[in-house]
Design a protein around this ligand. Structure first.
Ligand code: ADP
Length: 482
């Protein structure tokens, strides 16, 4: 595949492509076939330290670069990404598995963070006020927080990168990016694009590694990184927060979810089924916003389940590169086993699979779209992120019961609710313990909106007007007058 051949396979440090010092490489595999696509550099801690040195060396000049210049680099990179939609989409489909149509949608979504933050780069504001005593003038300005470490997951290889890189560049921060080892190619392609767009050497550095823990911890303890932005599991997020506590590093944490999706009996069922398909099946269910617990009011539950089952059973499972594929493979065999174990546990405890639920034969990490009903309260699927194409439906009687069930989780990222009653929609939305709520829609992600969670789903927000704040510090100057 030429798209794979053309991507650089080395570490990107100080504007140079370099092998890992040890010469080691890691294998990038195609989840649709299980075959190796290529090898890329596998960094050790010493390589990580060189990347941080490069980011530190570039920080002062980058912070002093005019906002308009930073803005235009991002805008040019946006244009190049859009121009190369087909190549980037194919690259993502090959290393991650999603169908090409979804990969193209991610290119548009991911590129938008660069356009959005190119517009925000020139609107970093400050203020001046008179202190209450009438004497001091208080001047407030905002400065980049400093060199940042960005750690991204494999499920949205482009968008998870641009959502962090965009605001960091806009704010004037330098970067060390550590992408997920399953999907490094898209990030490496992005580094080339940003270089072509004029990003100076050292502003973005990329370290690919299979030793995330070994490479990252010394960087967080080294005293030079001033900000960590992490997207991944709550389990790893907790470890990183503890490491950041020791050197008081600012953090943004986008962690796990366990999204409830609530369908009331006054919902438009066509809208509810359509919204559930999106909330459940976008990215094969491999999204931290995926509907994990589907709660349906009992009077409409049977009708809803049968319509959803018809839609799920009609989906075509196959390699993402094949036209007509709706559902690609999961990321790896471990991810597939995890989803299948949750299905088996639910069935063992009394659930019925209306469609799917069986492991397919043959190569690749495929899993069939599955609908489960009759889930017992102690089934593991209720408390665990499925990260696969499995719709787990439970029923409820009253609004109160629905809200209690929806909030009965340590997570609070996304939630969805379907009702035609505006009063109920707002009442329930206000009570849901969740950072983002889709009302009669299954899609909440939007570069112009503040993305993030409450409870153990994370800290901080990405995107929207506030996304850049995570990369800026306030500085205030006191000036007595008169
Ligand atoms: P997932 O289960 O979706 O792979 P993880 O939280 O394990 O989620 O991984 C998200 C990102 O965090 C990846 O880039 C991964 O390499 C990285 N990561 C995993 N463990 C650690 C760790 N101990 N320290 C730093 N980064 C880590």
């Amino acid at each position: 595949m030429t798209v794979v051949r053309d991507v650089p396979k080395q570490l990107f440090i100080g504007g140079d492509w370099q092998d890992a010092e040890s010469g080691r490489t890691l294998s990038v595999d195609n989840p649709a076939t299980g075959e190796e696509l290529c090898q890329v550099a596998d960094a050790a801690p010493a390589d990580g330290r060189r990347a941080v040195e490069a980011a530190v060396a570039a920080q002062a000049a980058w912070a002093a670069t005019p906002p308009r210049v930073r803005s235009e680099i991002l805008r040019r990179a946006y244009d190049i990404i859009i121009e190369r939609t087909e190549d980037l989409a194919l690259l993502m489909t090959l290393e991650m598995g999603k169908p090409l149509a979804e990969a193209r949608a991610e290119v548009a979504y991911g590129a938008e963070f660069f356009r959005w933050f190119s517009e925000e780069a020139v609107r970093i504001d400050g203020g001046m006020m008179t202190a209450p005593d009438g004497r001091n003038r208080l001047l407030v300005t905002r400065q980049p927080v400093g060199p940042c470490l960005l750690i991204t997951p494999w499920n949205f290889p482009l968008a998870m990168g641009t959502r962090k890189i965009g605001p960091a560049i806009a704010a004037g921060c330098t970067i060390v990016l550590k992408p997920a080892p399953q999907t490094p190619l898209t990030s490496l392609a992005l580094a080339e694009i940003l270089t072509e767009a004029g990003l100076p050497a050292g502003v973005l550095n990329i370290v690919t590694t299979t030793d995330a823990a070994g490479v990252v911890e010394p960087l967080l303890r080294g005293g030079q990184i001033r900000k960590l932005s992490f997207t991944g599991s709550t389990q790893v997020g907790r470890i990183l927060l503890a490491q950041c506590a020791d050197t008081v590093i600012r953090t943004s944490m986008e962690l796990g979810g366990n999204a409830p999706l609530v369908v009331f009996d006054d919902a438009d069922l066509d809208v509810a089924v359509e919204g559930t398909m999106v909330a459940k099946m976008r990215n094969m269910g491999e999204s931290c916003c995926a509907a994990n617990r589907i709660l349906v009011q009992s009077s409409v539950a049977e009708e809803f389940a049968s319509r959803l089952t018809a839609r799920m059973a009609a989906l075509t499972v196959g390699p993402g590169t094949e036209p007509g594929t709706d559902v690609g493979p999961l990321i790896d065999l471990a991810g597939r086993s995890k989803a299948h174990d949750l299905v088996r546990d639910a069935v063992k405890r009394g659930a019925t699979a209306l469609t799917g639920g069986e492991l397919p034969e043959g190569p690749g990490c495929f899993y069939p779209p599955t609908v489960l009903t009759g889930i017992a309260p102690d089934a593991a699927i209720i408390d665990n992120e499925i990260f696969g194409p499995v719709a787990a439906i439970r029923t409820f009687e009253t609004e109160e019961e629905a809200v209690t069930a929806a909030n009965d989780t340590e997570f609070g990222l996304a939630a969805y609710l379907f009702t035609q009653n505006l009063d109920r929609a707002l009442r329930v939305a206000e009570r849901l313990e969740s950072g983002m709520i889709g009302i009669n829609t299954g899609l909440v992600s939007n570069p112009a909106a503040p993305f993030g969670g409450v409870k153990q789903s994370g800290l901080g927000r990405e995107g929207g007007r506030v996304g850049i704040d995570e990369f800026l510090e306030y500085k205030y100057m006191a000036v007595p007058v008169g």
